[in-house]
Design a protein around this ligand. Structure first.
Ligand code: 6LW
Length: 505
């Protein structure tokens, strides 16, 4: 761990450590550097990769799957299909990443010398069945691939060949559904098999078993689940899908996913499943998870704050920053900075955001309350800003032909909620989300999403204020969270800048 000369102020950290839709975190450490990868589903590029020096502050350094030879998301790929649950490891001088593309190619393995990329083309694993693949190497160099269920097969990670049938290892705690997210580690004299169970909703939990060999037999921890927030009023819920890492000082840490439900009953989470951090102690050869909260004691070492993703993009570079994602196609196939220097132009491929080939380029909403603004020129088409959960759940504000209108798609219903004439030329569109405070009414939604336009003097003209619950995972279903961004519903739409302004940083 690098020692900073600056005295430290805060000795608490905020969870989630990577806010917004960043589920299924997998972490590894090389020297003083930690790397972490997450699921990405129907979005392109896939598998965001982060770097940290302190486990608390993370910077996105790239996306592992950033070209079509690595990531196929055919048009039929449903939202919450695509890329699930990576495992990221460092072994033998290389970074190894294994993921499942549930919509196209099954389990795939990639390598890189630099986790920022480029990553290799995939090695296919047709003999590895099941989602949530893990990689572990034993003392003899054999590579074990363990998947949800929980089962295991030996593989040659360089060729994708499998040896022998898949063997069932453990089905988790009696009665618990969905044993998944396995990670296998050699720690001391044992092999530990960490899993998630109970489903990725409110009953999500983390359990562990141990054995003398990587193939078992495995003895469950008597204290299972070693982590769950089910049945509590903890602000972080659905805790599960964890991975372990040891710091250079010998301490152990867990990264995991959790959600932050808002509003009344039953609670709605809108930012997807987010990456959190918790300390781990070892007692009698079993891990004990320490405090996991929205504000919790910091690790013992100096914190190394990092630059967060910039709040504003002026589209001055031909390369898009790594946090921008599009739907099913590479961003380069739907947008360019080459048409008007200093502007991003989106070219509509399909029609509206209701369709699977919608033209949408966005970034994850990472704060419960935030404001997004953009200067939009729709002289050559129709488009604007949208908050998207999936094809059936999005709020849009668009401009074309001298008009601005707000639309909502909620399940099977779609309606234009408001419109107003727009003066010729570019217009600043704005979307704000404001988290609800303690509700007086149990039916209060998690937040309010307000859509409108800015007058030339900056005054905000609100066109519609909508309950945010309809853009929550509890309503829409699936595994993702909100993404806010730009869309083109017809022709070409130009964006001079896009600002994402957190209100609750
Ligand atoms: C993932 C599974 C899960 O494959 O959700 O939370 C699935 N856990 O392990 C999709 O993220």
């Amino acid at each position: 761990m690098r020692v900073s000369s600056k005295p430290e102020k805060a000795r608490t950290i905020a969870n989630p450590v990577i806010p917004g839709f960043h589920p299924d975190p997998s972490v590894c450490r090389v020297g003083d550097d930690y790397y972490l990868a997450c699921s990405s589903f129907e979005y392109f590029p896939g598998v965001p990769v982060f770097h940290s020096r302190d486990l608390v502050h993370w910077t996105q350094i790239g996306n592992a799957l950033d070209r079509p030879s690595q990531l196929r998301l055919p048009l039929g790929t449903p939202s919450s299909g695509g890329v699930y649950a990576p495992t990221l490891r460092h072994h033998d001088g290389l970074f190894w990443l294994i993921v499942t593309n549930v919509s196209a190619d099954g389990n795939l393995l990639f390598t890189a010398t630099d986790p920022a990329g480029p990553w290799s083309d995939p090695v296919r694993l047709p003999g590895v069945h099941g989602i949530d693949p893990d990689l572990a190497w034993d003392e003899d160099g054999a590579c074990w691939c363990t998947t949800a269920g929980v089962g295991q097969v030996r593989i040659d990670p360089r060729t994708g060949e499998t040896f022998g049938p898949r063997r069932r290892l453990w089905s988790g705690s009696p009665g618990a559904k969905a044993p998944e997210a396995p990670h296998l580690y050699r720690i001391g004299d044992h092999w530990y098999l960490l899993i998630a169970e109970g489903g990725t909703e409110r009953c999500h939990s983390v359990s562990i078993a141990r054995g003398r060999t990587p193939t078992g037999p495995f003895e469950p921890c008597p204290a299972n689940p070693i982590l769950t927030h089910r049945g509590t009023d903890h602000p972080l819920q659905n805790t599960g899908h964890a991975d372990l890492v040891q710091a250079p000082d010998g301490s152990w840490w867990m990264v995991l996913l959790a959600v932050r439900p808002g509003g009344g009953s039953p609670g709605w989470h809108v930012l997807g499943r987010e990456t959190c951090l918790a300390p781990v102690a070892w007692v009698d050869g079993w891990p004990v998870v320490g405090e996991l909260s929205a504000s919790m004691p910091a690790p013992a070492w100096p914190l190394v704050p990092r630059a967060a993703a910039p709040d504003r993009d002026d589209f001055g570079s031909s390369e898009l920053a790594p946090f921008w994602v599009s739907l099913r196609h590479r961003p380069a196939e739907v947008c360019t900075t080459g048409e008007r220097p200093g502007w991003l132009t989106l070219r509509a491929r399909g029609g509206s955001l209701d369709e699977s080939d919608a033209t949408f380029v966005g970034r994850r909403q990472q704060h419960l309350s935030c404001r997004v603004r953009a200067l939009v020129d729709a002289a050559d088409g129709r488009g604007g800003l949208a908050v998207r959960l999936d094809e059936r759940h999005h709020y849009d504000i668009e401009t074309s032909a001298g008009e601005v209108r707000v639309m909502a798609r909620i399940g099977p219903a779609k309606t234009v909620l408001a419109s107003r004439p727009a003066s010729p030329g570019p217009v600043v569109l704005r979307i704000e989300t404001a988290a609800a405070h303690t509700p007086d009414d149990a039916r209060t939604g998690p937040d309010t999403v307000t859509l409108g336009v800015e007058e030339p003097d900056g005054a905000f003209v609100e066109l519609a204020a909508l309950d945010g619950r309809y853009l929550s995972t509890e309503v829409a279903g699936g595994f993702t969270g909100r993404v806010i961004g730009m869309f083109a519903g017809g022709g070409s739409v130009h964006f001079d800048w896009f600002a994402y302004e957190p209100a609750d940083r």
